[in-house]
Design a protein around this ligand. Structure first.
Ligand SMILES: [Zn+2]
Length: 404
């Protein structure tokens, strides 16, 4: 038995006036999603537990079969993609290069500084401030800072993209329990201002009319997460295909193999065909394959309805179409699920916590539920609206083994 889970990031949406009350997935041509819904079991699932923020890290950890309450910050999840293996007493912070003006956050990406420029600044920061912690180059403005002090995990922190225009002394690190530790890192951030402004990388940027990366911002910290071990928990081998570093990091921590796919860009232009070709190849020696596609989420964040519909149709025709056609050549018994991780509604342009629709088709199913079309309205399906996200994979295994 082979298992495939196709994750259309942010696909779920709300009824839209411009679509006469339909959602993008209702409007899009999705014959393969509809085949799975019509011939399988459907319902809504809650991937974001009460009280947690609806990040892709949280929602996808649920889909990968683990309770996301063990997740801490974004820093430790990005560490593997930066090549950092955290020790048990390390705490990893996301380090953004940002641009400030009059002590206010002006651009949380430092004008999309290049990775080459960021690398030079990171090396300089290590030389100047390396006694406090270690700095690592990531991609563009997204970098990493690691300190061997577990207490810093508890500091209250603020993502810079949430407070653009905010005062740097208002949204810095805070702590009732360890005020001195917050103070040391806040001072580091303040000291970085003059140091970075004087660096030749920034002087060159200013001369070229670009914004300088004139401050570091530390946030999203956490120690090495203990989420669980996929092969041990499910007694199945598994692999992930995604263009998103965060999800590669989570996959690594739970012992899913990460399959690198050329052209997987985590954007509209991602190579859908390569993703499905590599997934089919990976299934030759893995039991479970996760295929994550970021494009619908990006379209949602941009409020771009035509791109969202196009992304959904590409997922349907290329990814699901090829899977349904070619899976039987790999194993005549297979179980496939399709779902978003969370909604990213066009009108809201950010993630919401709402339950999301899912459909499971299995060669073991001979009594499909009454739902005929994939949509956000599948509460009449077998699972209603009560499935807890991290139980989805267990349900697929039960269905596959006729243990319902
Ligand atoms: Zn997401």
């Amino acid at each position: 038995m082979k298992y495939v889970i196709v994750i259309a990031d942010g696909m779920a949406d709300e009824p839209l006036e411009q679509l006469n009350g339909k959602t993008p997935v209702m409007e899009a041509k999705t014959p393969n999603m509809d085949f799975i819904a019509k011939n399988g079991y459907t319902g809504l699932t809650i991937n974001v537990p009460e009280g947690m923020t609806p990040g892709s890290d949280v929602a996808n950890t649920s889909i990968m079969g683990f309770n996301p309450s063990m997740l801490k910050g974004r820093g430790p999840l990005e560490a593997p993609s930066v090549g950092v293996d955290l020790n048990s007493d390390d705490v990893a912070f996301r380090l953004n290069f940002i641009n400030i003006k009059d002590n206010k956050i002006n651009d949380f990406t430092a004008d999309h500084i290049t990775t080459e420029e960021a690398d030079k600044l990171i090396k300089a920061l290590n030389e100047e401030f390396g006694d406090i912690g270690s700095f690592y180059t990531g991609v563009s403005y997204r970098n990493l800072f690691v300190i061997d002090d577990l207490d810093t995990e508890d500091l209250i922190n603020t993502p810079p993209h949430d407070v653009v225009g905010g005062d740097i002394n208002e949204y810095n690190l805070k702590s009732d329990k360890y005020p001195q530790k917050a103070e040391v890192l806040n001072q580091l951030m303040l000291d970085s201002i003059e140091f970075l402004e004087n660096h030749q990388v920034n002087q060159k940027r200013v001369a070229e009319g670009k914004l300088p990366a004139n401050m570091i911002w530390l946030w999203g910290q956490g120690a090495k997460p203990e989420i669980g071990n996929f092969p041990e928990k499910y007694n199945l081998s598994g692999a992930t295909i995604t263009g998103v570093d965060l999800l590669k990091g989570i996959s690594g921590y739970i012992n899913l193999d990460v399959i690198e796919v050329p052209g997987a860009t985590a954007y509209f232009d991602t190579n859908y065909q390569n993703k499905v070709d590599y997934a089919l190849n990976s299934l030759e020696d893995h039991d479970v394959q996760f295929i994550h596609i970021e494009a619908p989420d990006e379209a949602g964040h941009e409020g771009n309805l035509p791109e969202k519909i196009r992304a959904i149709e590409n997922i349907d025709s290329i990814i699901l179409g090829d899977l349904l056609e070619k899976l039987p050549e790999i194993d005549e018994e297979y179980t496939i699920a399709v779902l978003p991780d969370h909604p990213t509604p066009i009108d809201i342009k950010t993630h919401t916590r709402n339950p999301v629709p899912f459909a499971i088709y299995s060669t073991s199913i001979d009594d499909p539920d009454s739902v005929e079309v994939f949509s956000e309205d599948m509460t009449d399906g077998r699972y209603g609206d009560v499935l807890v996200g991290h139980n989805l994979l267990s349900e697929m295994i039960k269905i596959a083994n006729n243990e319902e």
